[in-house]
Ligand binder design. Structure first.
Ligand SMILES: Nc1ncnc2c1ncn2[C@@H]1O[C@H](COP(=O)(O)OP(=O)(O)OP(=O)(O)O)[C@@H](O)[C@H]1O
Ligand SMILES: [Mg+2]
Length: 261
């Protein structure tokens, strides 16, 4: 089964073409990174996958469900969502445990009474990410790095089939970032894991687990395919239209800007 399939998808808003003729498929078991400059359409692409915006043209199928023919709220329960903007939407006075449990219902705020197994699962996830000691703390008292771990735990409460991470390392220091990335790597490395979709500006965050990469430019797919084939110096020079230096270093990509002129 394909996790995501987009055929000739475009999105127009206020007379501008934000996504243009996107053709893209994500198969089960594939993990993708999505890279592009500010405003290239990455978040719009993710919003379309989660049904917050609709294609102006073309067709999109997510987890086998074609747009317009199913209950979006049900679909969203199979998709985990991690982003730093989510931090602003959550009820910050809730405890860490409540925030994680709310992921079970794909809701902002905890309205339903969690079952015993939900509590156990939340506990297990907090333990997996080294956050057991934070369980009763109010969410707003956490550091940025701790908040992102909690949001990751929240996203996994429903054992999603697709886990979307939109610039999850924003605001993390270099060690917290590596720590977060190693959790992502572990999640993706387990057989039967959710397909990962990882959006970032920072190419060095593309872990070996992301065997596929999509480069977005100006609402178009510039290039997509195997990460090792997409991330090459000549492709990136064309992609950015700037002189950049690119190399692989211990299976992690490294990009340097040569000059800003
Ligand atoms: N609801 C909207 N109404 C009008 N324009 C929009 C809307 N949403 C996005 N856009 C525009 O579409 C373009 C792509 O935005 P998008 O948020 O998808 O980019 P992005 O690649 O996620 O950028 P960033 O890296 O800065 O997060 C931008 O020019 C943005 O202003
Ligand atoms: Mg964005």
């Amino acid at each position: 089964m394909l996790i995501i399939e987009m055929q000739n998808v475009s999105w127009r808003k206020d007379n501008s073409n934000i996504l243009k003729n996107i053709n893209w498929a994500v198969a089960q078991g594939e993990h993708w990174s999505v890279v592009g400059l500010n405003g290239s359409g990455k978040t719009s692409l993710l919003k379309m996958i989660t049904g917050y915006i609709y294609p102006s043209e073309g067709e999109i199928t997510v987890l086998g469900k074609k747009f317009g023919s199913y209950d979006l709220r049900e679909l969203r329960k199979s998709i985990g969502w991690v982003s730093s903007s989510l931090q602003e939407a959550l009820y910050v006075n809730e405890s860490v445990e409540e925030i994680v449990l709310s992921g079970r219902f794909a809701s902002i705020g905890l309205y339903d009474k969690p079952a015993k197994e939900d509590l156990l699962q939340a506990e297990g996830l907090l333990e997996q990410f080294g956050c057991t000691g934070l369980r009763k703390r109010a969410y707003y008292t956490l550091s940025q790095g701790e908040k992102q771990k909690v949001i990751l735990a929240r996203a996994l409460m429903n054992s999603p089939k697709l886990l979307i991470l939109d610039e999850p390392c924003t605001g993390l220091d270099i060690f917290a970032r590596e720590n977060f990335l190693s959790d992502v790597e572990k999640i993706g490395g387990v057989p039967g894991s959710p397909s990962l979709l990882y959006v970032s500006h920072h190419i060095e965050e593309i872990l070996p687990v992301f065997d596929y990469t999509l480069l977005m430019r100006d609402g178009n797919i510039f290039s997509s395919g195997r990460t090792k084939e997409v991330l090459t110096e000549s492709n990136l020079i064309n992609f950015y239209g700037r002189p950049v230096k690119f190399e692989w270093n211990n299976d992690r990509p490294r990009l340097q800007v040569n000059t800003l002129s």
